[in-house]
Write a protein that binds this ligand. Structure first.
Ligand code: FMN
Length: 371
């Protein structure tokens, strides 16, 4: 019997050409298991299992654009080149065969170093200002030519996503990687039109990426943008300290062509501006939706006891209740909810929630293989 209390999660969702059977999104999770950057049968089977388990929309692990410095780990898949794109074709075909929907998460890591490997791209490292954190040098500041080529590579990836049959595409603009390095004053001190004192000015690079993608895919293909206040370089960093600043940051991006803002938090229940609406106030996705009118995805420790950064240190997490999530979804504070680690340990998580079965939590040992 379906559980009455989780019905808010199982309403369909529709936006432009995208139709989802429920509100559950698989969060993008790097697995570093694409040999030579090419997703193979194991990767396709991994995603297919999540489609079979009932996920409404699967977001792929970050997969990189055609720039020499786009990845920081040789197991990260490319989203360019015939071989890798053939691999992705098999992934989306399998997901569709299982009744799922999927977007690739399109990525460039900027100057961030992997914490899994010492490997570095042979071509060197690129970032907005040759920084990886405030006053921490890493990589070369990008030239006008490098920026133009990067924008074009993002647009090309969106064209390929659509051509292969992916249902939508997500841009990774969060967590301190390239696009976020442009947003953040701590890593963008450029004096040209790609920098500036205000978040609106530093959003120009993202806006150009989005506009180029929009132009390339046409008006009906949904574009998702993942953003975060926090950076892996500094969990306390914030791009927007006030709702007005958040509008300055996000509204131009929606205007440039974003349909869905994927608002990354480590704990979805934390209020974004508690000084305004209290400790139970809107979270990041709630405020982003209110301020821009765009649809939003929330995320962060859904049904789990601990947050995800511990996962990389081998930390597991026990399962926690869904009441707080359901309450926010019933109020339509945001449209969709992304689930990360719980779906690594249990591909059947959506089905289990729907049928009211006990949930498993997250076992960090499951990161060792694609199961
Ligand atoms: C193993 C692992 C890999 C991740 N890789 C990515 C990634 O490639 N892109 C991204 O935007 N977020 C990535 N994240 C963050 C997740 O998408 C998600 O925001 C985070 O795990 C919080 O959700 P959870 O608490 O439900 O796990 C990763 C998280 C984990 C645990």
């Amino acid at each position: 019997m379906p559980s009455e209390t989780t019905n808010a999660l199982f309403r369909p969702f529709r936006l432009k050409s995208l139709e989802l059977k429920n509100r559950i999104v698989m969060a993008p999770m790097t697995r570093s298991m694409a040999p030579n950057g090419v997703p193979g049968a194991a990767n396709a089977a991994y995603y297919r299992r999540r489609a079979e388990g009932g996920v409404g929309l699967i977001l792929s692990e970050g997969t990189v654009i055609d720039r020499p410095a786009a990845r920081n780990d040789p197991g990260i898949p490319f989203f360019h080149g015939d071989e890798a794109l053939a691999g992705w074709q098999a992934v989306i075909d399998e997901v569709h065969a299982a009744g799922g929907k999927m977007a690739p998460q399109i990525w460039h890591v900027g100057s961030v170093k992997s914490f899994l490997t010492k490997w570095e791209p042979a071509a060197g490292i690129e970032s907005p200002s040759g920084l990886v954190a405030p006053a921490t040098l890493r990589g070369d500041a990008m030239s006008e030519e490098a920026i133009a080529d990067t924008v074009a590579a993002f647009a090309k990836a969106a064209v390929d996503a659509k051509r292969l049959g992916f249902d939508t595409v997500e841009i990774h603009g969060a967590h301190g990687y390239l696009i976020d390095q442009f947003f953040w004053s701590g890593t963008n001190d450029r004096a040209d039109r790609w920098g500036g004192a205000t978040i609106r000015e530093r959003s120009r690079f993202a806006a150009e990426v989005i506009a180029a993608m929009r132009e390339a895919v046409g008006p009906d293909y949904p574009i998702i943008l993942r953003v975060s206040q926090w950076k892996q370089q500094d969990f306390t960093a914030r791009l927007a300290e006030t709702p007005d600043a958040m509008t300055d940051w996000l509204a131009p991006l929606v205007e440039a062509g974003v349909d869905i803002l994927h608002c990354s938090q480590r704990r979805f229940w934390e209020p974004e501006f508690p000084e305004i609406d209290g400790e139970e106030g809107l979270n990041f996705a709630g405020w982003a939706k209110r301020l821009t009118g765009a649809a939003t995805i929330s995320v962060g420790s859904v049904a789990l006891s601990g947050d995800f950064m511990g996962a990389f240190g081998g930390e597991s997490s026990t399962s926690a209740g869904l009441d707080r999530l359901i309450a926010r979804m019933e109020r339509d504070e945001f449209d969709l909810i992304a689930v990360g680690r719980a779906l690594i340990s249990d591909p059947d998580w959506p089905r289990r929630v729907k049928e009211g079965e006990a949930l498993k939590g997250f076992d960090a040992a499951n990161l060792a293989e694609l199961a």
